[in-house]
Write a new protein. Structure first.
Length: 136
């Protein structure tokens, strides 16, 4: 499968009042069927909602509805952490320097032949998984 695995920061950028033009150009220029999410991104969005709920329940509800729409829109393009992904993750993270979630996302991209789209390239660079930073 050729396509793109979106890191959470890409989705979050679309919620901003003035999102980065490069991110918007990228998303508008790609066939939506070629965009994928890791199940871990769903978890990161949920974590963000619950963290926000600690200080602002109304905003958390708004963000939660947005996250639910994302999950619905991508329902057939959410990739699980499988045994194969876990094995690749073990090989990619042998030095243990990058965050676990980021290296699991990288392993998911590797297994599925996807380019990881992120602003946070420093945590992915050592994985040698193809990367795209639409902010640049």
């Amino acid at each position: 499968m050729a396509g793109y695995l979106l890191d959470t920061c890409v989705l979050s950028e679309t919620r901003k009042l003035r999102p980065n033009a490069g991110v918007i150009r990228f998303l508008e220029g790609v066939d939506g069927a070629k965009l994928y999410l890791s199940v871990l991104t769903i978890g990161e969005m949920k974590k963000g909602v619950e963290k926000k709920r600690l200080t602002d329940a109304v905003a958390a509800d708004q963000i939660g509805r947005w996250a639910d729409r994302i999950e619905t829109d991508f329902s057939d393009r959410i990739l699980d952490v499988t045994a194969e992904v876990a094995r690749v993750w073990g090989a990619l993270s042998k030095e243990g320097r990058a965050p676990v979630v980021d290296t699991l996302i990288a392993a998911t991209g590797f297994v599925h032949g996807l380019t990881v789209v992120t602003r946070n390239v420093k945590d992915f660079i050592a994985t040698e998984v193809p990367l795209l930073n639409p902010w640049e």
